[in-house]
Design a binder for this molecule. Sequence first.
Ligand SMILES: [Zn+2]
Length: 138
Amino acid sequence: MQPYEKPIPEPDQVTAPFWTAAREGRLLIQHCPACGVHQFYPQSSCRGCLSDNLEWVDAKGKGTIYSYTVVHRAPNRPFEPDVPYTVALVDLDEGCRMLSNIVEVTPEAIRVGMPVEVVFEAISPEISLPKFRPIESS
Ligand SMILES: [Zn+2]
């Protein structure tokens, strides 16, 4: 594996379960039994009702593109080989929204509302990043 020079997430007490699951190819989100909300990113309490009794659940890993932008000018050198790349807000079927990249498709083919599914990119022995690719229409 080439040295990875982009910022690497640092799991903490709240986010560690998310990163452990991502390494296993699973997308975990938080669920609040008290009010029924799913949330991402991981937090220590529920955004809906402030309960701190949250549980982790496996998301299906499917959603749709809410919005996106195409980056043509790298913010710094480690991102230069990636341009043009797409940064998108993805609405998961469970109802929460994730910021991620859309991969395995040219930026020109991306559309708002496009169905996508999660894929994981291993960037270190400990960390895999969830990204999204279009779902093949059959
Ligand atoms: Zn709640």
